[in-house]
Design a protein around this ligand. Structure first.
Ligand code: GLN
Length: 484
């Protein structure tokens, strides 16, 4: 059952070959066995999960089940879920039990899916290795001495180790795609505004977007059918008609124009990663695609631009954590200002404090024009590069990450090295475009390599089609980590 697709699991549940309680229990057993070494979950609550499974079985028995009814889905701990501890990987929220559901959570609840637990993540989604979590690093199931990527590393490890059927992630600068690549799974960051951010703890609001992570493009399409949709509680949620993201899965790829940005294939990418990407492109040619050389001249500026804009927005978003109404409060303090200072100094980890300081600096009077406004202007140029590129191609492909999973601790004391892990993913967030990563082979140390597929605005169904056709022709996505 752990290797079944969401479609197969749904069919087995509806045919009463297995009950949701049985399915949920078997995942809980596997989590109890494997999570201690992987640390993929921050919170596991069998009682709450099984209560949902019981309700799902009643719905299945009544014959009004949806595609995901009864299926155990893990949720990144950035989503507020009613009565669940919701920490965002931070000591600041170590005691925060959410009184309400994020839009994404209520969408899964309405679909009858089971919340199997809250996955570990970098603190406030800041990181590329999951090492900034207050709850300790997550281990990569392919090699537990290596990182799973971040910030949705708990989700990626849980999916790769078959500790859940599928799970959610969020992506501000690469946090769905990069851990998907490093753990050998599939992940999709939708177009900005397609999935509501209501109840998703904010990092950089103009970049944050939730999306599905799973074992195949077909699974992601079914997840998208649940996650996407207008929500008036998020002012950037887009009012669009409901889509069926599975609708194009089976279209042939004949005539598909794949753009390869020359900047992505210049120096920086590991030779083992390059080999796997080239092989994937060759496979796409066999499937009928044609290759177009394109250029994204400003994409090299995306890392510096992001590290002005994301911290600026974070410094504003994180000002709400002051120890007054909820979250961590320092045990001892003098006056009110001292209480704020001590609570924030003790509640936030080093990386979060670094971002708050950078963000406050670039927004301060005197530096605002030189950094923040300048970065906004370059952001526009980066987005325009894509508009130009899509005049010549249908999708863009390249690596997701310059290297495969690195060792725990390897980049710990060099934030800039860590920031460069997202060199290929960040431009997509700055432009608000959809991007995905699918497994396409293995590198030198037998760690997975991810192929990035970037689509035009609202082209998720086509991207899922492009990924699905590759997954019908290859089996990288069905490889599982050995020894688990
Ligand atoms: N790694 C990037 C950062 O640290 C992106 C994180 C994300 O997408 N949430 O900000």
């Amino acid at each position: 059952m752990f290797e079944s697709s969401l479609k197969q699991m749904g069919a087995a549940l509806r045919a009463k070959k297995i009950s949701s309680v049985e399915l949920t229990q078997s995942y809980l057993d596997r989590m109890a066995q494997l999570n201690p070494q992987l640390n993929a979950f921050i919170t596991i609550n069998p009682e709450m999960s099984l209560a949902q499974a019981k309700a799902a079985d009643a719905r299945l028995a009544a014959g009004n089940a949806d595609a995901l009814t009864g299926i155990p889905i893990a949720q990144k701990d950035i989503f507020c879920a009613k009565n669940w501890l919701t920490t965002c990987g931070s000591k600041m929220l170590h005691n925060f039990v959410s009184p309400y559901d994020a839009h994404v959570i209520s969408q899964f609840n309405n679909a009858g899916a089971i919340n199997l637990g809250k996955t570990n993540m970098d603190e406030f989604a800041m990181g590329s290795s999951n090492e900034t979590s207050y709850y300790g690093p997550v281990k990569n199931p392919w090699d537990t001495e290596r990182v799973p990527g971040g910030s949705s590393g708990g989700t990626a490890a849980a999916v790769a180790a078959r500790l859940c059927a599928a799970a959610t992630g969020t992506d501000t600068g690469g946090s769905i795609r990069q851990p998907a690549a490093l753990c050998g799974i599939s992940g999709l960051k939708p177009t900005y505004g397609v999935v509501s951010r209501y109840g998703m703890i904010a990092f950089a609001s103009s970049l944050d977007q939730a999306g599905p992570m799973g074992r195949s493009a077909e699974d992601l399409a079914l997840m998208m059918n649940v996650m996407a949709g207008f929500d008036e509680r998020d002012s950037t949620s887009l009012q669009r008609n409901k889509e069926d993201y599975t609708r194009d899965l089976n279209k042939p790829l004949t005539g598909l124009r794949i753009g390869l940005p020359k900047e992505f294939f210049a120096e920086g990418m590991g030779s083992d990663v390059a080999k796997a990407i080239e092989a994937a492109i060759a496979e796409y040619k066999k499937l009928g695609a044609t290759i177009v050389d394109i250029s994204l001249p400003n994409s090299k500026l995306s890392v510096p631009v992001y590290y002005v804009l994301a911290p600026a927005e974070a410094s504003s978003n994180l000002s709400r954590f002051d120890g007054v109404r909820y979250g961590y409060r320092a045990p001892e303090y003098g006056d009110l200002a001292d209480m704020y200072e001590k609570s924030r100094a003790q509640g936030f980890g080093a990386e979060v404090q670094r971002r708050i300081m950078i963000g406050t600096y670039v927004l301060s009077h005197g530096y605002y024009d030189a950094y923040y406004i300048k970065a906004q202007r370059i952001r526009r140029l980066i987005a325009q590069d894509f508009v130009e590129a899509y005049k010549h191609c249908d999708v863009i492909m390249g690596p997701t990450s310059p290297s495969t999973a690195f060792k725990l601790g390897e980049k710990g004391d060099d934030p800039v090295q860590m920031y460069l892990s997202d060199i290929y993913t960040i431009a997509v967030n700055l432009a608000g475009l959809p991007g995905m990563s699918i497994p396409c082979g293995f590198g030198d140390n037998a760690m997975p390599v991810g192929l990035q597929i970037i689509g035009n605005y609202f082209d998720e169904a086509r991207m899922l089609n492009v990924a699905h056709q590759y997954q019908l022709a290859t089996d990288w996505h069905s490889r599982a980590p050995h020894g688990l």
